[in-house]
Write a protein that binds this ligand. Structure first.
Ligand SMILES: *Cc1c(COP(=O)(O)O)cnc(C)c1O
Length: 415
């Protein structure tokens, strides 16, 4: 489409954008089990208003925008508190989980190079660890050493240990891992890192908020944060279970020295000293302000309430799926993620089920191996599980009688 020769009106522009959305998943109504999260219209409105106030402000240089220095510092402090980082903890806001993980990889590479002279670094990580680690290894020139998970889908720590060598700069665990929603044995993974004095990143992008509050709600959660010796950094996405606008994640390092390996500074050009905390140069203030606003609007009791609601919805869905003979849950959800397979994959295609659900307006993730559906259950689903389960049942019946096969789909796309 070409740029219009003459501008059109504000109303026309905004109406067009609304029209574009007609075929999009209705996430505000709880029809998305991935990609978008909602704690309700009131919270969304707070995030949007705060975003609008800061959409053009730039955290690239907080000398000009001290408000954004303050906002970032408050948000990082709150997350560091959740993670039990203690007074030494130091972090940055990033644009999302991917940037947080890229920075964990980059910091580990830098530390290995500076402290040990490692020039051919590798990362040892379970097959369940997020694709963004793979991207980080590819971008920054590290070898990714994937280690098969155990039968319980959790990291196999003995096998990880065997994969480590003198060039390993980073080991990874997830709390929980995305594909099956289980928590890796973080204490054991961190211990092998501590014994070698290398980095251990815990990917709490999905679970950082949820596990913090599930524990407060009395759930038995294995230690996963900075209370575990040997953990050097943790990522938490606020644009997921923080229920704020897209573009907000936090990476916290155990101390400022370790955080120092994340940042980048140069004066090797004609434009003066250029320092940056992450991948971005210009760093939009909108997502940062929205995160600050939603954290303060919800407060501690708000996150307790939302975590409880999300967990309850997840348990309700898990129980319903367990009662469907065509389906099998991959693992007992340890947070709020549920992976669903076919009881008999020869006779039932879960991707065809995903197609049938999408025809009814529900969007679930498709993943594998093994072929599975994935539901990220959040507060928006409270009270909506019965409607989903009814459509799930109808979709299963439709697929069973048609013997349909579906398309594999993707977690992310390149178009
Ligand atoms: C979502 C997610 C990421 C990546 O985060 P983005 O915000 O999509 O870049 C990384 N790790 C886990 C466990 C995630 O769930």
């Amino acid at each position: 489409m070409a740029l219009p020769a003459h501008g059109i009106s504000r109303d026309q522009v905004l109406a067009q954008l609304d029209d574009f959305k007609v075929a999009d998943v209705k996430w505000r109504d709880g029809h998305a089990f991935t990609l978008a999260y909602s704690a309700g219209e009131e919270v969304l409105a707070v995030a949007e208003a705060a975003y609008a106030k800061y959409s053009t402000e730039n955290a690239l240089n907080t000398d000009a925008f001290p408000s954004l220095r303050r906002i970032q510092s408050d948000v990082v402090d709150i997350v560091a508190g959740w993670l039990e980082a203690g007074p030494e903890g130091a972090g940055f806001m990033t644009s999302g989980g991917t940037e947080s993980l890229l920075m964990a990889v980059k910091a580990a590479r830098e530390r290995g190079r500076k402290e040990k002279g490692i020039t051919q670094p590798n990362v040892v990580l379970p097959t369940s660890a997020h694709a963004a680690f793979e991207k980080g290894c590819y971008y920054f020139g590290l070898e990714s050493r994937r280690v098969a998970v155990g039968a319980d889908w959790k990291a196999d720590v003995a096998a990880m240990e065997a994969a480590i060598d003198d060039n390993t700069v980073l080991v990874v665990g997830s709390a929980p891992q995305y594909p099956q929603g289980v928590i890796d044995p973080i204490a054991e993974i961190a211990a092998i890192a501590a014994a070698r004095d290398i980095n251990c990143h815990v990917d709490g992008c999905m679970g950082g908020v949820t596990l913090t509050y599930l524990e407060r709600l009395g759930h038995e959660i294995p230690a996963w944060n900075f209370s575990v010796p040997g953990v050097t950094s943790i990522s938490v996405d606020l644009h997921k279970y923080g229920y704020t606008a897209k573009g907000a994640s936090v990476i916290v390092h155990r101390n400022k020295r370790l955080r120092g390996y994340q940042t980048y500074v140069t004066d090797n050009w004609l434009g003066g000293m250029y320092g940056s905390s992450g991948v971005l140069g210009t760093k939009g203030g909108g997502a940062m302000a929205a995160a600050w606003a939603v954290l303060h609007f919800l407060g501690d009791d708000g996150y307790l309430r939302l975590t409880s609601a999300a967990r309850q919805a997840c348990e309700e869905l898990t129980a319903a799926v367990r009662g469907m003979p065509e389906l099998a849950i991959r693992a007992e959800p340890e947070a709020t993620l549920l992976a669903i397979g076919a009881a008999d994959p020869e006779r039932f295609d879960v991707f065809a089920l995903a197609d049938a659900l999408w025809r009814r307006g529900w969007y679930v993730d498709r993943q594998g191996p093994p072929a599975s559906l994935h539901c990220t259950v959040n507060a928006v689903h409270a009270g909506r599980i019965p409607a989903f389960v009814a459509d799930l049942r109808a979709s299963i019946d439709e697929v069973s009688s048609a013997g349909a096969a579906g398309a594999q789909g993707a977690y992310g796309t390149v178009d």
